[in-house]
Write a protein that binds this ligand. Structure first.
Ligand SMILES: *Cc1c(COP(=O)(O)O)cnc(C)c1O
Length: 367
């Protein structure tokens, strides 16, 4: 029977809207936002100049096929530009893959502490989310393979994962892919791939080149420092690109983002400086925070996950309140199944030092 008002599909109402990291700290003199994994180095100056230049033609529709940006990405990574699809952030791309391949009765798989957008994209497509346990805060390939059923259509894995910062070596990703039936898409979310320098890490692009059921996503929001412009891309088989291109918005990437993205991809020195900053300060933070007695999950991303004691006045919520008073805004990760942990973005030197000092004060304070 029809209701007397519009009613969304049931699975839409199962979605808990994504709550972004806080950006304010009421009362604090200066605010340091370390809650959304944004880069302390900002974007390449070349990207900023290209963005300004784009202001001269705002009345024109952007190139809906993102041809020059796809060519720039392809040149940088040695890829076939025909197998790249750009999106309004990689969130856009994740939603597009889900809505092209999932429907009612289908299942989308992701892990216990996986990125929240996967659940939202699966439910938005009308499908059923299947959550798989992790091991040591790390994706468990065998648990994923055990969860695959005839209804499974997509498996989402962020490598490295957010908010845990853990990663899978290339051999495990290969084993995961090899264990999936050929009609199941493996989405490898490489939002933090550029930060990983381990020899046995792979961003999955060669797997996506060689197989018809792998989608690799990348973003300009993290190491490229263009989160505000919303720009991401996927690398996939021609058939998957074709499906996504049929349903995406015809101008889903704006003109300023296209120009800034092209300039950013070309600035290799800026990316290298970001990696060097991150390597130095991530290790420093992990070491100093561990010295205070907190457990830190080893991370390869531009953020770290710290765990708090299960004691009154010492928990993550208490630490968060303490830090916010000093203008230090970290990320509560309860929604990721981590109620007693905080995620901190590796920031500039000043906030990094302030957080360590504040944690020391917090932990030595009388509860
Ligand atoms: C930040 C992040 C993204 C990027 O999202 P955009 O929409 O491109 O800004 C994607 N996946 C993960 C795991 C992330 O943490």
């Amino acid at each position: 029977m029809n209701s007397n008002r519009p009613v969304p599909r049931a699975s839409v109402m199962e979605i808990e809207a994504y709550v972004p990291g806080k950006s304010g700290a009421p009362g604090a003199v200066k605010v340091y936002k370390l809650s959304s994994n944004e880069t302390p180095l900002g974007p390449s100056p070349k990207a900023i100049a290209a963005f300004r230049e784009a202001a001269g033609s705002l009345e024109l529709y952007p190139d809906g096929s993102a041809e020059r940006l796809r060519a720039a990405i392809a040149a940088r990574h040695g890829l076939d530009s025909a197998r790249i699809v750009c999106g309004n952030g990689s969130d856009d791309v994740l939603h597009l893959v889900a809505s092209a391949y999932l429907g009612e009765g289908d299942e989308g798989v992701f892990t216990e502490h996986g990125f929240l957008v996967y659940r939202i994209a699966i439910l938005a497509a009308g499908a059923t989310p299947v959550v798989v346990p992790e091991k040591n805060y790390t994706t468990d390939v065998d648990a994923i393979l055990a969860a695959v059923t005839p209804r499974t259509k997509i498996v989402f894995v962020a490598n490295p994962n957010n908010p845990t910062g853990t990663w899978l070596p290339a051999s495990d990703v290969k084993r995961l892919h090899a264990g999936l039936p050929p009609h199941v898409i493996l989405v490898l979310d490489g939002a933090y791939a550029e930060y990983v320098t381990h020899a046995d890490y792979s961003n999955g692009l060669e797997l996506a080149s060689a197989h018809e059921n792998v989608v690799v996503t990348h973003t300009f929001s993290k190491i490229y420092g263009l989160a505000s412009l919303r720009l991401g891309w996927a690398y996939a088989s021609p058939a998957i690109c074709d499906a996504i291109n049929r349903i995406r918005g015809p101008f889903n990437v704006n003109g300023a983002a296209l120009e800034a993205g092209i300039a950013a991809v070309g600035d290799i020195a800026h990316v290298e400086a970001s990696i060097a900053h991150n390597d130095r300060w991530r290790v420093w933070l992990e070491t100093e925070i561990a010295k205070l007695g907190l457990e830190v999950t080893p991370s390869v991303g531009n953020f770290i996950l710290m765990h708090f004691p299960d004691a009154p006045g010492r928990r993550a919520v208490d630490a968060d309140a303490f830090l916010v008073k000093r203008g230090l805004v970290l990320r509560m990760v309860k929604a990721y199944g981590l109620p007693n942990a905080l995620r901190m973005t590796v920031g500039a030197e000043e906030p990094n030092r302030l957080v360590v000092q504040a944690l020391a004060d917090f932990l030595s304070e009388k509860a």
